[in-house]
Design a protein around this ligand. Structure first.
Ligand SMILES: [Zn+2]
Length: 299
């Protein structure tokens, strides 16, 4: 009994080995480039895939029971669903694993220490670009939700491809006459801890004002995330997106507006997404890979 059984097993060995080789080769071919891509990004940030990354403990629901909680808490949870958590094996699913890119705002006493860090990482390039935009007449401010719908659509379509690599539908479809710029002033959020705030970067001359960059930030509890940040293709070299992010960071880190009180961090997508340009942008601004942990409301 025992000998034929062993013989059968031995006979199967080459088949098993071949199976393993096929499986490993397939995995290497399919996941290899993705794995190398993530490895390179992590190493540029001075860390490795297997390193113990710092953990951000998110408190999305501040227990305020406001109407906005019901919108922004689930929206934020859905947005962060695929991001790495403590204890999950990030190496095993390199195709689908993403790691949140975060600036821990609580590490900065104000805007200036953050700005100095950016200047050190970019040899002053980003600061100079923002200043250049200011000299050219650009400025940024909070705008009303949907108040520049026509302009936002126009600037979305101003570039055929964006940093995430896909073609932009608005660039193919052309302008839309049904959208209007109401220029309605921004409303103050109903709850200081759950809101959506839109920012516009404008190019201003003596006679006109044109939207040249646009951003949407969402806050849920102690976390703010960038839902959208986009610049007009023709204004990018003027430094308008740098000016916009600098002004947003100043607003977040000055902490004079009550809506910015108690924010612990800013999340800007993941380390893995997008092309090299988007990745460098995050790296220079100080976004770092972190694991996410969701805390329940403290009662
Ligand atoms: Zn609330």
């Amino acid at each position: 009994m025992g000998i034929p059984f062993l013989a059968r097993l031995t006979a199967l060995q080459p088949v098993r080995r071949a199976g393993r080789v096929v499986k490993t080769t397939w995995k290497r071919l399919f996941f290899g480039p993705l794995h190398a891509h993530r490895k390179a990004r992590f190493s540029a940030l001075g860390t490795t895939l297997t390193a113990d990354l710092p953990v951000a403990a998110l408190q999305l629901d501040s227990g305020c029971g406001c109407k906005a909680c019901r919108n922004f808490v689930p929206l934020t949870q859905a947005e962060f669903r695929s991001y790495a958590r403590p204890g999950r094996k990030r190496r095993q699913a390199p195709a689908f694993a993403e790691t949140a890119a975060i600036i821990e705002l609580s590490e900065f006493a104000g805007f200036e220490p953050w700005r100095i860090g950016v200047s050190q990482r970019t040899s002053g390039k980003y600061h100079r670009a923002a200043n250049k935009a200011r000299r050219l007449g650009y400025s940024a401010r909070v705008i009303g939700k949907d108040s520049y719908a026509r302009s936002v659509y126009r600037l979305t379509g101003s570039k055929l491809r964006r940093s995430k690599g896909l073609f932009v539908w608005a660039a193919i479809a052309g302008p839309r006459a049904d959208l209007v710029d109401t220029k309605a002033p921004p409303l103050s959020p109903g709850c200081p801890r759950h809101w959506r705030v839109c920012w516009g970067g404008f190019s201003t001359t003596e006679t006109s004002e044109t939207l040249a960059a646009f951003a949407i930030l969402i806050r849920a509890g102690d976390t703010v995330w960038v839902q959208r940040l986009i610049g007009h293709g023709a204004a990018l070299s003027d430094g308008v997106t740098k000016l916009l992010i600098f002004d947003i960071m100043q607003w977040l880190l000055d902490r004079t507006d009550p809506n910015t009180h108690g924010i612990a961090r800013l999340v800007h997508g993941s380390v893995e997404e997008g092309g090299a340009g988007l990745y460098d942008w995050k790296r220079y601004l100080g976004f770092r890979p972190m694991l996410l942990e969701f805390n329940r409301t403290a009662d």
